[in-house]
Design a binder for this molecule. Structure first.
Ligand code: ADP
Ligand code: MG
Length: 340
């Protein structure tokens, strides 16, 4: 009977989005931006997730909006802990207690950060806490057999970080992480319009342009669009017509850094595994994998086949969900030292 009353969760604590899978529902039960609004003076949390995102740019002085996971590490322990606690509470029905929580953490997480994540989950009432690295969960979510004695190259382009890892025999053999990903792409669009057109645009507009018009590789469907912002020179509203080619040009330097990081990792990869990757290719995860033509760009520069996973924004949490459902089978892929 006790099993019936418990709840088990897998959590992808991303720099941009937090997703939670529940083993009771066998599905994702929460998908919200990793954003917290809190009162600077009292330190009380006012809102988390979507509600906090809606407050962006419209807050009175005392309210601060932060993204505690930005840059892949846990920038603010206390706030991250509160956010985790609130989110876990939100998805736990009142008649259940939290038994197991599996959290996906960045590959390069420090011991202190691991402890902070574990403590947060315990404070949220969890009896057992497990950690798994994001690239590992993402690989499982993308359907790769991580136990095979065969190299798999997985690239996760998230909001704050791009994590690249070679996985074989249930472990991460080599990895690379750079603080350049989706947010930087948005930033480079903002900077481009400022520099080339004296046009200041907001984060939301720049992200929209990236998602709706952005591309990494030329295609037959080049388009024109109107973009409105503030004239850098006189401060007045201004509107211009831009093209998809321009947006691609804006994204180019950021994409080059991502491609270079993949090439660096390939150089570090032991030859046997490199030979496997030559056949299996690269799997792309994370929101950045949705940028049009990014597969072609990566493929052109690496001369390897590139596959975009079925649902790049959900691979990590779905992989973690799989692990959660069969934790003994996957025990060797968990991060050690923090298993209870
Ligand atoms: P994280 O795991 O760090 O939370 P996500 O994998 O959720 O990050 O990806 C978020 C990033 O993906 C954001 O920068 C967002 O703008 C970007 N993104 C989402 N959809 C698209 C799209 N269709 N094209 C390009 N970028 C996208
Ligand atoms: Mg992620």
């Amino acid at each position: 009977m006790i099993g019936f009353l418990s709840a088990d969760f897998a959590i992808d604590l991303g720099t941009a989005n937090t997703l939670i899978y529940s083993s009771g529902e066998k599905d994702i039960v929460l998908n919200e931006p990793s954003i917290v609004a809190f009162n600077r003076l009292s330190k009380n949390i006012i809102a988390v997730g979507r509600k906090a995102k809606e407050m962006l740019g419209r807050t009175p002085r005392d309210i601060q909006i932060i993204r505690p996971m930005q840059d892949g590490a846990i920038a603010d322990f206390e706030i991250t802990e509160s956010m985790l606690r609130i989110l876990i509470k939100n998805v736990t029905p009142s008649f259940r207690y939290v038994r197991k929580v599996l959290v996906c953490v960045p590959q390069g997480i420090t011991e202190v950060e691991k402890r902070a994540v574990r403590d947060s989950c315990e404070h949220a009432g969890s009896k057992e806490v497990y950690l798994i690295s994001e690239p590992m969960a993402g690989a499982i979510g993308a359907g790769l057999d991580v136990f095979e004695p065969k190299g798999n190259l997985i690239v996760d382009i998230g909001g704050g970080t791009t994590e690249i890892a070679v996985i074989s025999l249930g472990g991460i053999v080599v990895s690379e992480s750079i603080k350049i990903a989706g947010d930087e792409m948005t930033e480079s669009i903002k900077n481009y319009f400022k520099k080339e057109h004296n046009l200041v645009i907001g984060d939301t507009t720049a992200e929209k342009i990236k998602i709706e018009i952005g591309s990494a590789y030329p295609s037959e469907e080049e388009t024109e669009f109107e973009v409105t912002g503030r004239n850098l020179v006189n401060g007045l509203p201004k509107s211009i017509i831009s093209t998809s080619e321009e947006v691609r040009k804006a994204l180019e330097p950021t994409l080059k850094e991502i491609v270079d990081a993949i090439l660096r990792l390939l150089e570090k990869t032991p030859p046997e595994l490199a030979a496997d990757i030559y056949n299996t290719g690269i799997v792309l995860n994370g929101g950045g994998a949705l940028l049009r033509g990014i597969d072609k760009l990566v493929s052109e520069h690496t001369s390897l086949p590139v596959h975009i996973s079925e649902d790049p924004l959900k691979s990590v949490v779905l992989g973690a969900g799989k692990v959660l459902e069969d934790i003994s089978h996957y025990s060797t892929v968990l991060i050690r030292g923090v298993r209870y």
